[in-house]
Design a protein around this ligand. Structure first.
Ligand code: NAD
Ligand code: ZN
Length: 341
């Protein structure tokens, strides 16, 4: 089969012919239709410090996918050949305290598809049946190619009650933009999103933001005044990974406000801890999706009318993967989907 492989320690990816993956009695074999390119894939492409530390070539990368089951192990009863599926890319141990207690999204032994084991940027993918998510016929197929980051957005955005609340989202990447739509659907009042990229801010506006603010030109406290807000944002969703964005969020929260943090900050990010202490703020770290509640909620939100399709701005055949990565790096893209059909 053909696959996008990180085959050496350095920049770039190679399209290679590799064996179709073998699979065990508890696994399924998926023929991949479409995949989404994630920031993680870009880090691996660029061979940055994180990638140098974590990635062991040769590795097939990618973890956002939709496809069809074409074969399965003898223990797999819940799925049949031909089922259209997506899948959770975090494979957990099943034995630690959190896994046993039904909190597998907090498993400390998590192994990631396309990072620690072969991934989905290939014609075929083998995955444990426990990680397979059956597609609803009521959700467009292409949306399942980005269900994984939609699940990140759902997990973060629904971490705290947003009904009637004012929500600040920092970072209008694909996940921040999807979060706008989710908190809208969940009944938020003002939804303010920030970025430094006007293309992405425009997309966020289209997805329902009250205001999409370029922090190169405008400060968030001025935005609060413009909206007639008095005490600060009730809920913050940090989705940029940028230290300045985090600090400005903390400075603009209501006393007792709640922040869910998805963005991956540099290790030395400094914040004013006294704003947390005296402001009575809660900060919750988010890793991945809540298994499998985020998958369920994402499905139901879409079945009940939420439309995230505008976040997909580019589509390419897998052979044109370089164009897909280039579109993301140019900063003029939401989600980029590769077709393997
Ligand atoms: P992305 O990199 O596409 O988006 C981040 C956005 O933040 C960009 O549009 C960038 O222009 C913007 N930004 C930069 N500086 C800013 C500032 N000062 N203020 C506001 N915005 C600013 O990423 P994404 O795919 O949308 O993911 C969002 C974040 O979540 C990233 O940091 C990513 O690494 C992280 N992530 C975490 C998990 C997890 O499990 N915790 C999973 C997926 C992604
Ligand atoms: Zn575990």
């Amino acid at each position: 089969m053909l696959a996008l492989v990180k085959d050496r320690r350095g920049r770039g990816l190679s399209l290679r012919r590799v064996p179709v993956p073998g699979f065990g009695i508890d696994d399924v074999l998926v023929k991949v239709d479409q995949t989404g390119i994630c920031g993680t894939d870009v880090h691996i492409y660029d061979w940055d410090d994180w990638a140098k530390r974590v990635i062991q070539p040769p590795l097939i990368i990618g973890h956002e996918f939709v496809g069809k089951i074409v074969d399965k192990g003898s223990n797999v009863k819940r799925f049949k050949i031909g089922d259209r599926v997506s899948g959770e890319g975090h494979i957990v141990c099943g034995r630690c305290r959190n896994c046993l207690a039904g909190r597998s999204h907090l498993c400390p032994e998590t192994v990631s598809v396309g990072v620690n084991r072969d991934g989905a940027f290939a014609e075929y993918l083998a995955l444990p049946a426990d990680n397979v998510w059956r597609c609803s016929a009521k959700v467009p197929r292409e949306i399942y190619a980005i269900f994984d980051p939609l699940g990140n957005a759902v997990h973060t955005a629904l971490s705290f009650e947003v009904l009637g609340e004012d929500v600040l989202i920092t970072g209008a990447g694909p996940i921040g933009i999807m979060a706008v739509t989710i908190v809208r659907q969940a009944g938020a009042r003002h939804v303010v999103i920030t970025d430094v990229n006007d293309y992405r801010l425009k997309l966020a506006e289209k997805m329902g933001a009250t205001l999409a603010v370029n922090v190169k030109r405008e400060r968030i406290d001025a935005v609060q005044k413009k909206l007639g807000m008095h005490e600060g944002f009730d809920v913050g969703l940090e989705m940029s990974g940028n230290p300045r964005a985090l600090r400005e969020m903390i400075a603009n929260m209501v006393h007792g406000g709640k922040i869910a943090m998805l963005g991956i900050q540099p290790s030395k990010t400094g914040i004013d801890w006294n704003r947390i202490v005296f402001g009575g703020l809660t900060i919750k770290g988010i890793y991945g999706r809540q298994m499998y509640e985020s998958w369920y909620k994402a499905t139901m939100l879409i079945e009940s009318g939420m439309d995230i399709s505008p976040v997909i701005t580019h589509r390419f055949a897998f052979e044109k993967f370089e164009s897909g990565f280039a579109a993301i790096k140019a900063g003029r893209a939401g989600k980029v989907v590769l077709s393997w059909a």
